[in-house]
Structure formats: structure tokens, C-alpha cells
Ligand binder design. Structure first.
Ligand code: NAP
Length: 341
């Protein structure tokens, strides 16, 4: 167990261990801030390392011409942070008290941590239907995914009938994207009208490779090692039928991991952390920064998360040096930071 003293005041505590968290850790550690990372406690839906831990092959992270296994990529990022002596605790942060300074953080094991700055990089988790076979096949690379852009181009999905569940913009975008590889894409939507913006819905509906199962819900995911089909139920008649598919993509929204920050920093309606200054990571509470999917519901890519992790570490460093990271007039400190040398 990493040593953390309750008397000590940490320069920077990083909460979360996806690309944003580890990148922030590498930058903060190289800037000699001696960061402490809470990488999260493993649970059924969440494991340290974030969403890439559920991705078999990542083909769009720069620097890996042959692609890289998602878990391997996250282990490499973790190792890189450790190389610069980042301290890591395998617990969640369950409470942040920002009423005074330093901030007081409480961990899932009851530890209290005092911190001058906090970088929140807890990500967002894809919503799942909650069916027995669904998470099992998603975790084992069995053809179930919540990210078509991450996984859709994998060889296993080529020339297959692929299903997309959802009726929002993500479902339209993902279904359209999948037509590049699939024989056919079937959108399964629980109502008779899409929630998606008209232009995206039209684009999907006009695509000859896309068809829609309206008023339908998935009641069972079929397949042992790899998905073979779905059991669908008509929401009006209750009738059931089977649909043979070679892949299932969930596009039913994401939930940001911010429950522990309610009432602490400003969150938007969907629970994402607001970062009021454009292109910056400072939140509505001075000294608390946010990076990655927890503050970005739009791009949601590993590489954009890593980018904002870097930004958050640099902003935290400037805040510690100057006390005003979000002031648009603040220039790069005259003393170069160790981060990029
Ligand atoms: P969303 O707009 O919340 O849509 C989620 C969809 O999933 C809805 O159609 C919903 O059905 C369905 N759904 C939710 N729970 C379900 C369940 N348990 N079973 C079956 N269906 C379920 O989420 P999103 O599509 O991810 O979009 C999120 C935000 O990002 C939106 O603001 C969107 O505009 C934006 N976005 C923009 C773009 C773009 O502009 N390029 C691309 C992607 C996303 P109901 O409709 O019946 O509620």
C-alpha cells in the first residue's frame, strides 16, 4: 500500500486512472509535484484503467501503427506514471469537501487526504441494458461493445449483420459508421421515433445498409464465446422474435462518474463537470480541475482525454505557483515547468 499520511498536504490528488488520469500523473510527476493517484476500487462495472479496459484493440491511439490492446495501453500508461514515482492507491474517492483549504477528500476505505489541488478524471461509463450475457461478452471481447468508433473496424465485425441499440445521435452516428464494414446494420429502438437530431436521423435512414426495428427492446443476448443473435420483444404487442447478428453496439448514453461531486463543483444537467473557461480544465471551484470524459461528453476519445489530462496537470501546476489558473491573462510561467523538457 502506498504511503499517505493524513497530516501531509498533497500538492495534487488525481482521481481516476484512464488516459486523462495517467497523463495528468505523468505531467504532474515530472513537474515534481509528487502526485497521488486514486485509481479506483474494482467493481463489477468499473475497473481501474477506465473504459479502455473493456476494449480489445485500440487502433486510433497515435503511436501504435499495428493497434494496441486496450488493457495493455492502460497498463503502459500506469507504468509510465510509476516510472516518475507517482503514488497510487487502489481505492475510490467518495467525498470531496471544498469548503476550506486544503481540500479534504475521503476514500472508500475511510482514509482522509488533504490536498492543495485535485484533478478529477473519473470518466463516464457507458450505459448498458443490464442483461446477463451482455457485460460478460463485452468484457471478454465477445462482440458486444459500447463504442462503435473504438471497436467497429475489428475484423470480427466485417461483413456481419450488426445491431445498434438506441435512438439518439450516438446511435445514428455509430450505425452510419458501422455501414463501412458491416453487411447490414439494424438499429433497435424502443419507440417509434428517434430522439436524434433530424439531420443525423435522415442520414441514417437514407443509408441503404441501415434498417430499423422500431418499438423493440432486446430481452436477451445470445451466444457463448461470441454473440450470435438477440431476442427482441415488440413493446406494443409483447411478441418476441430472434435476430441473428454478429455484433451488438450499445448507444444508450453515458453516465459521468460525478455522484461524489454533487454540490461541490458545478455539474451540467447530465452530470458532467462544467469547465467554464473554454479549452481549459478549471472547474467552478478554484484548485479543482477536470479532465477526460468526465468533462467532455462530446469527443469521448482516449486521445482527447489524454490531452485534457496534460492540460489539467499544467493548470494545477500554474495554480500552485501563481494561484490563478483560469485567468485568461496568465501566461506560461517564466520558470519552465519540468513537464515538457
Ligand atoms: P441520448 O441522446 O441520451 O440518447 C440515448 C438513446 O438511447 C435514446 O434514444 C433512448 O431512448 C435510448 N435508451 C436509453 N436507455 C435505454 C434503454 N435502457 N433501452 C433502450 N434504449 C434506451 O444519448 P446519445 O445519443 O449518446 O447522445 C448524448 C449527447 O451527445 C446528445 O446531446 C447528442 O446530441 C450528443 N451527440 C452528438 C453527436 C453529433 O452531433 N455528432 C453525436 C453523438 C452524440 P428514448 O429516445 O426512448 O429515450
Amino acid at each position: 500500500m502506498t504511503e499517505t499520511s493524513e497530516d501531509r498536504i498533497e500538492n495534487v490528488v488525481i482521481i481516476g486512472s484512464g488516459p486523462a488520469g495517467w497523463t495528468a500523473a505523468v505531467y504532474a510527476a515530472r513537474a515534481r509535484l509528487d502526485p497521488l493517484v486514486f485509481e479506483g476500487a474494482p467493481s463489477r462495472e468499473m475497473i481501474p484503467g477506465g473504459q479502455l479496459m473493456f476494449t480489445t484493440e485500440v487502433e486510433n491511439y497515435p503511436g501504435f501503427p499495428e493497434g494496441v490492446d486496450g488493457q495493455e495501453l492502460m497498463m503502459s500508461m500506469r507504468k509510465q506514471a510509476e516510472r516518475f514515482d507517482t503514488r497510487i492507491v487502489t481505492e475510490d474517492i467518495v467525498e470531496v469537501d471544498a469548503s476550506g483549504r486544503p481540500f479534504l477528500l475521503r476514500s472508500s476505505e475511510g482514509r482522509t487526504i488533504r490536498a492543495r489541488t485535485v484533478i478529477v478524471a473519473t470518466g463516464a461509463r457507458a450505459n448498458w441494458l443490464g442483461l446477463d450475457n451482455e457485460l460478460r461478452l463485452a468484457h471478454s471481447g465477445g462482440g458486444v461493445s459500447a463504442c462503435a468508433v473504438c471497436d467497429g473496424a475489428l475484423p470480427a465485425f466485417r461483413d456481419q449483420v450488426l445491431a445498434v441499440v438506441g435512438g439518439g445521435d450516438s446511435a445514428m452516428e455509430e450505425a452510419t459508421y458501422l455501414t463501412k464494414f458491416a453487411k447490414e446494420v439494424v438499429i433497435i429502438h424502443r419507440r417509434d421515433a428517434f430522439r436524434a437530431s433530424p439531420i443525423m436521423a435522415e442520414r441514417a435512414l437514407e443509408n441503404p445498409k441501415i434498417r430499423v426495428e422500431w418499438n423493440s427492446v432486446v430481452t436477451e443476448v445470445l451466444g457463448d464465446d461470441f454473440i450470435t443473435g438477440l431476442r427482441l420483444q415488440d413493446t406494443r404487442s409483447g411478441e418476441e422474435k430472434e435476430l441473428e447478428v454478429g455484433g451488438l453496439f450499445l448507444a444508450i448514453g453515458h453516465t459521468p462518474n460525478t455522484a461524489f461531486l454533487r454540490g461541490v463543483v458545478e455539474l451540467d444537467e447530465a452530470g458532467y463537470i462544467g469547465t467554464p473557461t473554454q479549452w481549459r480544465t478549471a472547474t467552478t471551484v478554484e484548485g479543482i480541475f477536470a479532465a477526460g470524459d468526465v468533462m467532455d461528453s462530446y469527443f469521448r476519445q482516449a486521445v482527447t482525454a489524454a490531452g485534457t489530462g496534460c492540460m489539467a496537470a499544467l493548470e494545477a501546476e500554474r495554480y500552485l505557483a501563481h494561484g490563478h489558473p483560469a485567468d485568461p491573462g496568465v501566461d506560461v510561467p517564466a520558470e519552465p515547468v519540468a513537464a515538457g523538457d
